[in-house]
Design a protein around this ligand. Structure first.
Ligand code: ADP
Ligand code: MG
Length: 380
């Protein structure tokens, strides 16, 4: 009964009141960075906080989102206001996806906390992990089994960031079938007992990400990093109450248009392939956000990124996009393009369902039938 009360408390206080189906969007503006200040950049974004509205002053365009976070917003506020209520859906049995979108240098990795080093002001991933393990501690009438995996998607190739093998031997394929849906045979899934185990995996994986021939940031800006937490919850005194949920934490590649000039050899190839994942993601978002096309063909299969995120967009997941933008006049074109993309994402409706084990549901039904038959026998 105590667990039930706790769970209900969570549901009431943490639920975003009613709507788990629309993709939520939080826009986060970062402060000017040193390179912008030295270029003499001016800030061109205004926030009307009470309306969750953002205005690009220089071109007089405004947008409204679920949340708009001005540049002074600290990490804990991003988490507590925008992410924590979404994470709470995991405990109810829903899959959850958090996606960071934006041009390179806009604050995706900072916001997600993808490169956790155990110090500084933590981003979303370490905070979500700590949240999950708080829940595990408080709900002692459940047995939990938690596994994590970490994937990098680079030039349409999947790398297993938690595999102990050399990087070139860690490539994986995505499979899809009617029973298991989208899955990745051979993916390393590390069982974890405590938040520290997860953070170790996160640090290990993010340091294993490919380091390029040019600047390190240029490299990581061209790949997508997907951290996955798989949680299975089984009620101790009721073997039939079990749920299995997935949390995807995605630090997407930089959304900027690749410059055609000077791109030769491998760099050129990188440009094309990165554009492919985000390009198809854009198409998928457009199709899903368009009311008329809701039931039409959605081109998930056109890229590995969208195959992996199929459930997160239009499917079985509660999804939050964190759209990151620079406040500088210098970046207005990219900022406008990010806000348009995010505005389309906001129109997507998902179909989240509680992930109860189908076998358990079946056994529950049979148990009920047996009970009814017993009652009938007694009555005779
Ligand atoms: P991205 O991952 O989108 O390429 P980063 O997260 O690496 O961008 O951010 C680029 C730079 O801006 C980093 O030096 C980062 O510390 C800084 N930065 C980003 N967002 C913020 C913020 N909200 N507050 C302070 N600094 C930030
Ligand atoms: Mg980054």
């Amino acid at each position: 009964a105590y667990c039930q009360v706790r769970l209900e408390f969570y549901h009431q206080t943490m639920n975003d009141v009613n709507d788990t189906t629309s993709v939520k969007v939080a826009v986060r503006i970062r402060p000017l960075v040193q390179s912008e200040i030295s270029k003499g950049c001016k800030e061109v974004l205004d926030v009307i906080e009470e309306n969750e509205q953002i205005l690009i002053r220089s071109i007089d365009r405004s947008f409204t989102f679920n949340h708009v976070l001005p540049s002074h917003t600290p990490q804990n506020e991003l988490y507590d206001r925008c992410v924590k209520p979404v994470i709470a859906n995991l405990y109810k049995g829903y899959n959850v996806t958090i996606l960071a979108y934006g041009q390179t240098g806009s604050g995706k990795t900072h916001s997600m906390g993808t490169t956790y080093k155990g110090e500084g002001d933590m981003g979303v991933i370490p905070r979500a992990i700590s949240d999950i393990f708080d829940f595990v501690r408080e709900n002692f009438c459940y047995d939990f089994a938690i596994k994590v995996s970490f994937i990098e998607l680079y030039q349409e190739v999947l790398y297993d960031l938690l595999s102990p093998k050399p990087r070139d031997q860690t490539t994986l394929e995505i499979r899809e079938d009617t029973v298991r849906g989208i899955h990745i045979p051979g993916l390393t899934e590390v069982p974890v007992q405590a938040a520290s185990d997860v953070l170790n995996a996160l640090t290990r994986g993010s340091t294993g990400r490919v380091t390029g021939s040019t600047a390190m940031n240029a490299q990581s800006s061209r790949s997508h990093a997907i951290f996955c937490v798989n949680i299975s919850m089984n009620k101790k005194d009721d073997s039939l109450e079990n749920k299995e949920v997935k949390l995807y934490l995605v630090d997407l590649a930089g959304s900027e248009r690749q410059k055609k000039t000077g791109a030769i050899g491998n760099t050129f190839k990188e440009g094309i392939n990165i554009n492919k994942g985000l390009f198809v993601l854009g198409n998928v978002i457009s199709c899903l956000g368009d009311d008329k096309a809701q039931h039409g063909f959605i081109p998930y299969r056109d890229s590995n990124l969208t195959r992996l995120l199929k459930d997160s967009l239009g499917g079985n997941s509660v999804t939050l996009m964190i759209a990151c933008v620079s406040p500088a006049d210098y970046n207005v074109d990219e900022t406008l393009s990010t806000l348009r993309y995010a505005d389309r994402a906001r129109k997507i409706k998902n179909k989240p369902v509680v992930n109860q084990d189908p076998k358990a549901a079946e056994i529950n039904n049979l148990k009920r039938t047996i009970q009814q038959l017993r009652l009938q026998i007694v009555a005779q």
